[in-house]
Design a protein around this ligand. Sequence first.
Ligand code: 5GP
Ligand code: MG
Ligand code: MG
Length: 187
Amino acid sequence: MDEKDLGSDLAKVLIPEDRLQAKVRELAAQIDADYADKDLLLVGVLKGAAMVMADLARALHSPARMDWMAVSSYGSGTKSSGVVRILKDLDTDISGRHVLIVEDIIDSGLTLSWLASNLRSRGPASLEICALLRKPEAVRTEIECRYLGFDIPNEFVVGYGLDYDEKYRNLPFVGTLAPHVYGGTTG
Ligand code: 5GP
Ligand code: MG
Ligand code: MG
């Protein structure tokens, strides 16, 4: 899908496709260097991280395992509550493995902080986090994110895996929606 095909749904393109792809290659190069002598297990968080996981994994030069988790955080509206439920658990026993969580975005950081401590309790050899996007609010949560793509303003974004009402995940870039699409409030 192209930027010009979006018509009036999109307010603006925040991060164009070429910048996303360049950043993912940069992160992959760092990860390649850091895990040169280790077996890496990538854990993608469904569904938002599907795109960054697929591109990141392909940009790595060393072989890596890939697994997926799906979680939902209870909360009112669009705000995360920190109470997380596992919808799909890993197929892999991660004890003794070098695990890298791949996430789309850190907003409040509550989901990821729960997920990290859940996975840490399973006894991995190491556990690190890679997030494509981070919002300023996340700075207030204790999240050690080793690999970060972009810090973005406190706006609701879609595209490159991120949805609004399950739509727009397939956009190859990250953008913000026109107010008429979501009713004018970001929640
Ligand atoms: P957190 O727990 O860090 O507040 O947010 C967790 C999840 O909320 C993210 O993994 C993502 O799925 C969703 N989320 C947070 N901010 C945005 C956003 O700007 N756009 C979209 N589409 N989802 C978001
Ligand atoms: Mg997510
Ligand atoms: Mg969503």
